[in-house]
Design a protein around this ligand. Structure first.
Ligand code: URA
Length: 456
């Protein structure tokens, strides 16, 4: 009898698929079938597709692209390489950000959305490179547990409506393997590969609706707005194919979001924001994204009405209470929320002053993130341990007027890091902050919002 990858023709057993042919077809810019993609992707877990074949295919996809169909089939193959959750109803809504420096909106918008009746299944990532990870940041609260199985996660979403954990081992394992290969073969920046990677994980969580925050600018993955728009469109197309509602936002990352960069300092800023005392940009983006979630969950007639509900949830203290309850349920030390000084912060502070006068024209986000990594506040390889207490607090942002000797940022560091701090100080003064002699407008926070209702 022929095996799974074989067929019989004129009494001869022939292979249905071959990795060689699949690579060759993509190399020559041809369209692959659903079956070919599925076989090739499953093969990375069974060993039928070798790592070097996958790497070569990834480069072919990077160079030749994929159609909407192929992207959906690739998503499907990666999605069903692991466990997939399903929820009844239509009120389970998640948010995903393509990542940026100082992006801490999840800690704010998830409790706001929950306070407005949305069930929020937050399965977040860890940081690598210049951007931090949501799961690492929340772990600065002593005791906070971020590991659950998929089934435990589902039960807690149903029971409590708000759970924040790291990715489980059984979530889209093919993506994990493929992402590792993309990372070392210069094939990360491909729209179909990014789309299928993000969507396979989001779809596996079982959310009925997804809010996508695609960041653009120096501190983001997609440096150009035109690329961010293409990614947002590809994400919406794929959401539609899987019958999911999606609202995509293109948001500004021409400077870090909020004022705090670093793990503990970002959690402190998030809690301050939940107390209604957050920076304007962070508060506004969190409210807009939360409102999109509330609308997708069917809890408001439109996004304007949803925004009003979210505003009330934030400024009445209801969202802060949801955050507190989540910390208690997940084993975090709640006394740190009431007394933020108990969170792990580095003890030394150095204020960086300006050597220029003028108006802030730009703040290089990638270099800011890398400066934080150099202090120990990030990973350069996945096994690195993070120092939660180091980071920065910005005193000036784009559009602000600055006089010579005005404070630009405060660095949180350890006493042993004096020479590194001197280097970082010079970087901020001469390179990261950019100045103009004429007035500069503040950047627009939200550059585009689009929606798909999820019809096939
Ligand atoms: N985030 C992901 O999960 N996958 C990508 O490919 C890029 C960003």
């Amino acid at each position: 009898m022929p095996l799974k990858n074989q067929t019989e023709k004129n009494g001869q057993v022939q292979a249905l698929f071959s990795a060689y042919n699949i690579i060759q077809k993509k190399r020559d810019g041809k369209k692959l079938s659903k079956e070919e993609i599925n076989w090739f992707i499953q093969g990375i877990l069974t060993g039928e597709t070798a790592d070097y074949q996958m790497a070569s295919w990834l480069m072919a996809v990077y160079l030749k692209g994929m159609s909407v169909d192929e992207t959906a089939w690739l998503t499907d193959a990666m999605l069903y390489s692991g466990e997939v959750l399903q929820f009844e109803g239509n009120d389970v809504v998640d948010k995903h950000s393509t990542g940026g420096v100082g992006d801490k909106t999840s800690f704010i918008l998830a409790p706001i959305a929950k306070a407005c009746g949305v069930k929020v299944p937050m399965m977040a990532g860890r940081g690598l490179g210049h951007t931090g990870g949501t799961v690492d940041k929340i772990e600065c609260i002593p005791g906070f547990k971020t590991e659950l199985s998929m089934q435990e996660f589902k039960q807690q979403v149903l029971k409590y409506g708000l759970v924040l954990i790291g990715q489980t081992q059984t979530l889209a394992p093919a993506d994990k393997k493929i992402y590792g290969l993309r990372d070392v073969t210069a094939t990360i920046e491909s729209i179909p590969l990014i789309t299928s990677s993000i969507m396979s994980k989001k779809l596996a969580e079982g959310a009925h609706g997804i809010v996508m925050d695609v960041k653009t600018g120096d501190g983001a993955f997609m440096k150009k707005t035109s690329e961010a728009k293409k990614l947002a469109q590809s994400l919406r197309f794929t959401a539609s194919r899987f019958n999911r509602k999606m609202i995509t936002f293109i948001t500004d990352m021409s400077q870090p979001l909020g004022n705090a960069i670093g793990h503990t300092t970002e959690i402190i800023e998030s809690i301050e924001t939940l107390k209604g005392k957050g920076p304007k940009d962070l508060t506004e983006i969190s409210l807009r994204l939360a409102a999109a979630m509330v609308f997708l969950a069917g809890k408001a007639k439109n996004q304007k009405e949803a925004y009003q509900l979210c505003h009330k949830a934030l400024y009445s203290g209801a969202a802060l209470e949801e955050f507190r309850q989540m910390v208690i349920r997940q084993g975090g030390d709640i006394s740190t929320i009431d007394n933020l000084d108990k969170l792990p912060m580095a003890q030394e502070k150095t204020v960086v002053t300006s050597v220029h006068s003028g108006f802030v024209r730009g703040i290089k986000g990638t270099l800011t993130g890398l400066a934080c990594v150099s202090l120990g506040g990030g990973r350069t390889k996945s096994t690195d341990k993070i120092d939660m207490g180091v980071g920065f607090l910005f005193h000036k942002k784009i559009g602000d007027q600055v006089k010579k000797n005005d404070p630009l940022i405060t660095i949180f560091h350890h006493a042993s890091q004096k020479s590194l701090v001197q280097k970082i100080t010079r970087d901020f003064q001469q390179n990261i902050f950019q100045f103009s002699t004429s007035k500069i407008p503040r950047p627009k926070l939200i550059l585009e919002t689009k929606m798909t209702k999820g019809k096939k």
